[in-house]
Every structure is written in C-alpha cells, then in structure tokens.
Design a protein around this ligand. Structure first.
Ligand SMILES: [Cu+2]
Length: 165
C-alpha cells in the first residue's frame, strides 16, 4: 500500500513539474513592441528595445511590418557590419510577419536592407543566452516564478513526507 501511495505521489509530482515547465516555455518577442518593425522615431529605438531584455535559446523574434511598408530582415556578420549597415548576401522578406528562432547561445545582428532604413535605425543586436534553469522564464516574471517554485517544492516535500510515514 505504501508503495502504491509513493508511486501515486511520484506521478502527481511529475505532473506538477510538467505543468510548471510548460508555464516557463519560450517567449515570442515582437521586435519594437507595439511599434513593430518600421522606420523608428530615433536611431537607437531598436537597440534600446533590445537592451532591457534577456533573450534565451528557444525564444523567437517576431518582425511585424505594416502592409503599406516594405522592409526585410538580414543578419550582418558582426558589430562592424552592423554599425556600418553592411548588407549580407541573404535577406528575408517581411511582407507581413517574419519569425526568427534564437536557436543557439550567441550574439546576433539584425538590420533592414531597404533604402537607408538601417542607417535610420532599423538595426540592433541581441545576446542569446542558455537559460540557466529551463524551469524559469526570463525576467520580469522570474521573481514570481521563483516564489511559485519554492512553494511547489515545499508542498511536494510535505506531501511526500505524509505519504511515506
Ligand atoms: Cu526597412
């Protein structure tokens, strides 16, 4: 009987942990927020947008452009090319929405190659990190998740103790 209860508690624990991991799944970021991927009000608009965020492997950048505008997305090779708006060979159309997966931990650079859009500020870099704990979403919600995790752990420990005595 005790064994059966223990296995039941183990299953319950796995289900709860699974639910917790699901809550902490990757984030899709709309580049530029509600403003979208468009000619910015100032040259540092997109770098400012990216600066106060922490990007993790598995997150996505979603480039949304207005139907009336023409933009694209290209990835220059490095900081010098980003600063100089040097266009790489390949660019991706953003006729409506373009989603780019941040699939590895590295610095990535993005520009628009249309007209002088890059010089006007349609350029930014992001640092992509490995999530130190995949059970935790990136800020700003990590504090509440930490609390939730602590409460969950305490509850599971208590339940396990009750079932094993
Ligand atoms: Cu553009």
């Amino acid at each position: 009987m005790a064994t059966k209860l223990m296995s039941l508690s183990s299953i319950a624990c796995l289900l709860l942990v699974g639910a917790f991991l699901h809550v902490a799944s990757a984030v899709d970021y709309d580049v530029g927020g509600d403003f979208g991927w468009s000619l910015p009000p100032n040259p540092t608009f997109f770098s400012d947008w990216a600066r106060n965020k922490t990007f993790f492997v598995g997150d996505k950048l979603v480039f949304r452009s207005k139907a009336s505008e023409t933009h694209d997305v290209a990835e220059p090779d490095g900081q010098v090319d980003l600063d100089g708006c040097v266009e790489p060979g390949i660019s991706l159309s953003t006729s409506a929405v373009l989603s780019i997966s941040l699939d590895s931990p590295r610095r990535r650079y993005f520009i628009c190659t249309i007209g002088n859009h890059c010089n006007a500020g349609m350029k930014f870099a992001v640092d992509v990190f490995i999530n130190p704990n995949s059970a935790m979403p990136p800020p700003p919600s990590s504090a509440s998740s930490l609390r939730f995790g602590a409460v969950l752990a305490a509850a599971m420990a208590g339940l396990f103790f009750l079932l094993t005595i």
